[in-house]
Design a binder for this molecule. Structure first.
Ligand code: ZN
Ligand code: ZN
Length: 69
């Protein structure tokens, strides 16, 4: 899979991760990794508390949208 955001800019880079929200492939430059202890309601996964932090990968557009709201 190729990085969707790079492809939009005419570049050709392999994706290293997949955004858990929109599912697009993203390269290292465009992936944003966050450690979260609790999944918040409204997320596309069942809201439940976890004992350990969970890494999640977001693309830049989804990260911006998530942190604006
Ligand atoms: Zn990229
Ligand atoms: Zn995304």
């Amino acid at each position: 899979m190729k990085c969707y955001l790079c492809a939009k800019e005419g570049k050709d880079r392999d994706a290293v991760a997949i955004c858990i929200v929109c599912g697009m492939g993203v390269c290292m430059d465009h992936a944003i990794r966050e450690e979260v202890a609790v999944w918040e309601g409204g997320y596309p996964f069942p809201a439940k508390k976890l004992k350990r932090t969970v890494p999640r990968i977001l693309c830049k557009p989804c990260y911006s949208a998530y942190h604006e709201g």
